[in-house]
Design a protein around this ligand. Sequence first.
Ligand SMILES: [Zn+2]
Ligand SMILES: [Zn+2]
Length: 249
Amino acid sequence: MKEQIHTVPVNEAFESGDECPFCQLRRKAEQSAIRYALGPGASYMEPDVRGETDRQGFCGEHMKKMYDYGNSLGSALMMQTWLNIFLEELDKQMDHYELPAKRSLFRKKSDAPDSLADWLSRRTGTCYLCAKIDYNMERYIATFFTLVKEQEFRDKVASSKGFCLGHFEALLKAAPEQLPNAQREWFYDTVFRLMRENLARVKGDLDWFIEKFDYRNASADWRNSRDAVSRTMQKLQSIYPADPPYKNQ
Ligand SMILES: [Zn+2]
Ligand SMILES: [Zn+2]
């Protein structure tokens, strides 16, 4: 089975006590994609990889992470060949550009699409790293829905801290297709309970974090609230804001 190689990391993520096991899997997938692209293997020098980076480019968020990772020569080489192709295409696009007519009340929007702007948005709207990460995340979600057939895994899910909103959404979208019939009730009961309980818990930590700024609570215990801001940000937007930049060792 193709999902087999993913069962170990998925099991580990559900044992980790993270605010969202899928965030943790995504972080690992992202770091390994960055390491693959720019790390010691120098795969950016392989023609098939460069073909893909030339085609897909990188999003702004990942350019920043590539910048932080180091190996600026690697980033420079990939941007150089991306630009070689892009500049040729841009020339053609601009050569054939027709001035759009001023928008009138009687002309439908679809009559004259602004093709250069559309082309630009397509050309800058894809990312080699996002695509690699998305591919892995789809496999992890599929593995989750395979593993829920096992009681042992269901117990791990039931005692986890639930999911961030984005990965809750991803599970809900995949469930109608991928959730085995026998686990339907278990899944919705458990996941809804986890989301209710754990969002309330994190909100409670955040409330206490704020209370701690009251001088009357200055000497009170922090309880679990010291990192409440970063954990709340993760629950809301699937990020680890406290992570240091991931760097080439
Ligand atoms: Zn998540
Ligand atoms: Zn990206």
